[in-house]
Design a protein around this ligand. Structure first.
Ligand code: FAD
Ligand code: NAI
Length: 367
């Protein structure tokens, strides 16, 4: 069979999976993407909230609750970014930016010269753009993979028929989810399982609580976004100061192409999220809102959100470590892994991991 006729399953329709799928389809592969959620994007996500869900004509508000913006440094990703700009699915965001405290690595917090991009009208837009010509099966959670007559088959939750056959398969998932899926699967060669397990154990993703707030009127806050750095010597788990609870706050409605409104998003710090992962939503809401008010000095009597949503990201943030290559490919079994955690974390790393894995397959790379 020529390489061009190979059938490939990509598990996960986040940016890494779609970047991989898109490049492979361009090269002539027959690609099917499987995604557990109702939409594509993964951690590049925009929540659309209606407080009257049964009334389609009711007002809604929206908020990016995962990735906030991205930067582009690698020439290949700069090229992709320029294509998205030309297609009108991203735009430059130039927030009035503040920094509480000092960056943990002690490096400069001067952001002059940094170009930050956001999806338009929401962070999901560039990912949707990639997905538009791809075959994506939504609401299809893969719960196991297996081998039948030299081909890979997928077991999908609540579906009695196996999906397949596929010649090759890509896991485009956070590290812990790759591990879970491999643990539930049969006939996966030990060499691949061991390579994947070693990487996934080295790169666990940390969690993040995200609080989205909808205000009736503009808050008297002079900046649009702020990095929140805890004091370097803070005993974080016992420290209830605002700067130990939060890591990032932003006026989402200051991003280009958003509906009018006053929408804020708050991200909790990794340490605080770890310590409060199983807390009740009301508790998390009050704690994070209190930290926000205390940091910004917003008058709590006068300004209170009219609506809010919380999202718990169990697998949010990867370590920014440098792997070479930033993907896993096992030519013998036709199995690969991509994801931000294999390539320095962040949006750019996710795209590069997926794209570089596809290039490796196309060029016949063997590991
Ligand atoms: P994901 O986006 O996690 O994609 C994995 C996909 O697989 C998901 O769609 C998931 O639903 C699906 N899936 C999982 N299990 C299964 C299964 N069994 N079957 C089928 N589908 C499955 N990066 C930046 O550059 N800038 C930022 O400002 C920034 N802020 C962030 C803030 C937060 C709170 C979070 C959570 C992330 C942030 N990031 C940021 C990181 C950025 O979002 C990620 O690096 C990038 O989106 C990861 O893409 P991915 O494809 O590797 O993984
Ligand atoms: P970036 O905005 O982080 O880097 C560009 C410049 O911003 C830096 O050179 C520095 O001047 C400034 N900066 C960055 N972090 C700062 C801080 N803590 N305090 C003060 N100034 C700071 O852009 P990049 O490299 O694309 O990173 C994207 C952002 O996404 C990072 O800030 C990262 O923390 C965040 N992120 C958050 C996740 C989460 O789960 N909350 C997951 C993954 C990324």
């Amino acid at each position: 069979m020529s390489r061009q006729q190979l059938r490939i399953a990509v598990i996960g329709a986040g940016l890494s999976g779609l970047a991989c799928a898109y490049r492979l389809q361009q090269a002539g592969y027959a690609v099917t993407v499987f995604e557990k959620s109702r939409g594509v994007g993964g951690r590049m996500s925009t929540r659309r909230v209606s407080d009257e869900p049964d009334n389609e004509a009711a007002d809604y508000w929206q908020c990016d609750h995962g990735a906030q913006y991205f930067t582009a440094r690698d020439p290949e990703f700069v090229r992709q970014t320029n294509q998205w700009l030309a297609a009108g699915v991203i735009s430059v965001w130039s927030p009035t930016l503040h920094s509480f405290g000092v960056k943990p690595d002690g490096q400069s917090t001067q952001s002059a010269g940094v170009t930050r991009f956001v999806g338009v009208p929401g962070m999901t837009a560039p990912v949707r753009h990639l997905a538009s010509d791809l075959s994506v099966r939504l609401q299809s959670r893969v719960i196991a993979v297996s081998k039948q007559a030299q081909h890979w088959m997928l077991t999908i939750e609540d579906d009695s028929a196996l999906a397949g056959p596929f010649d090759q398969m890509v896991f485009a998932l956070p590290a812990q989810q790759v591990n879970d899926l491999l643990a539930a699967s049969a006939e996966v060669p030990a060499a691949f399982v061991n390579a994947a397990r070693q990487s996934t154990q080295q790169h666990p993703l940390s969690p993040c609580w995200a609080l989205m707030l909808d205000y009736k009127e503009k808050l008297p806050v002079s900046f649009d976004a702020a990095f929140v750095n805890a004091p370097a010597d803070a005993p974080i788990l016992r420290d209830h100061t605002a700067s130990a609870q939060l890591s990032w706050i932003a006026r989402d409605s200051s991003k280009p192409g958003r509906p009018a409104g006053e929408i804020w998003v708050l991200h909790a710090s990794t340490a605080w999220t770890h310590a409060h992962l199983e807390d009740e939503q009301q508790q998390v809401f009050h704690s994070m809102l209190g930290a926000f008010n205390s940091l910004t000095g917003v008058d709590t009597e006068r300004y209170h959100p009219r609506s809010w949503r919380l999202h718990r990201w169990r697998y949010a943030q990867a370590l920014q470590t440098n792997n070479t290559p930033g993907f896993i490919w096992h030519a013998g079994s036709g199995l690969g892994v991509c994801g931000d955690w294999l390539n320095k974390g962040r949006v750019e790393g996710a795209w590069l991991s997926g794209y570089q894995l596809a290039q490796a397959l196309i060029s016949g790379y063997r590991y």
